[in-house]
Ligand binder design. Structure first.
Ligand code: FMN
Length: 203
């Protein structure tokens, strides 16, 4: 996969987003492993637990197509600077009905101002592009897989100026204690953290 390094930094800031409504569940355990990897490689991780922010859904008012800003006043206003200032972003999420859960989808949809700025207001796309990664877990037992969650995330990464450079897809863990039986997935999540720091450093 393409991996375009952003400006070189000695300690890249990596935003690690935990997208499940369930605290300390399987996807958050992957995010925590990734955070450890980021720190071990000399990066600066920030963990964002989406459910704690109570992000309201996009209301489709299109005000952002006029001003480039969202009119909703909630804690998404704390998230926008985190998205802007990160040198790399990792999203960890469970699969819910084939795609990402509503709490994470609300964050994704509230990225519409980024789309409006480039596609309606004529602002240039963000450069340099940054590396992005997706860590997915699903219980399994339905035929629809990971693909819808991947496409949804790729669509958001595109407007955030992120290259989709790494992914982890783990099938099987359902109850939170299940992840302990998937140590290789945790090790891969940690390596995603390490390697995305190397990319963000331009290595
Ligand atoms: C509302 C809901 C919808 C789900 N939909 C799917 C699905 O479509 N496919 C699947 O494989 N697992 C599905 N699952 C199972 C979760 O992906 C699984 O429990 C996962 O480990 C939860 O991760 P978490 O602990 O990070 O929340 C669903 C679970 C819930 C609660």
């Amino acid at each position: 996969m393409a991996d375009t390094p952003p400006a070189t930094r000695t300690s890249p800031r990596v935003l690690c987003i935990a997208g499940s409504p369930r605290r300390h569940g399987n996807s958050e355990q992957l995010v925590d492993a990734c955070v450890r990897g980021v720190a071990a490689e000399g990066g600066t991780p920030t963990k964002l637990v989406v459910v704690e922010y109570k992000i309201k859904p996009c209301q489709g008012c299109n005000a952002c197509s006029l001003t480039g800003e969202c009119v909703i006043r909630d804690r998404m206003n704390e998230v926008y600077p985190m998205l802007d200032e990160a040198d790399a972003i990792v999203v960890g999420s469970p699969v819910f009905f084939a795609t990402v859960p509503a709490v994470l989808k609300a964050l994704y949809d509230r990225c519409q101002p980024y789309w409006a700025r480039t596609h309606v207001l004529g602002e240039p796309p963000r450069t340099p592009r940054r590396p992005g990664a997706l860590l997915l877990v699903r219980g399994g037992g339905d035929p629809f897989g990971f693909q819808a969650a991947v496409y949804t995330t790729k669509s958001v990464f595109a407007v955030l100026g992120l290259d989709y450079t790494r992914e982890l897809k783990e099938e099987g863990p359902d109850s939170p204690s299940d992840m302990g039986r998937h140590p290789e997935a945790l090790a891969r999540a940690e390596e995603v953290g390490r390697s995305i720091v190397r990319s963000a450093k331009g290595e």
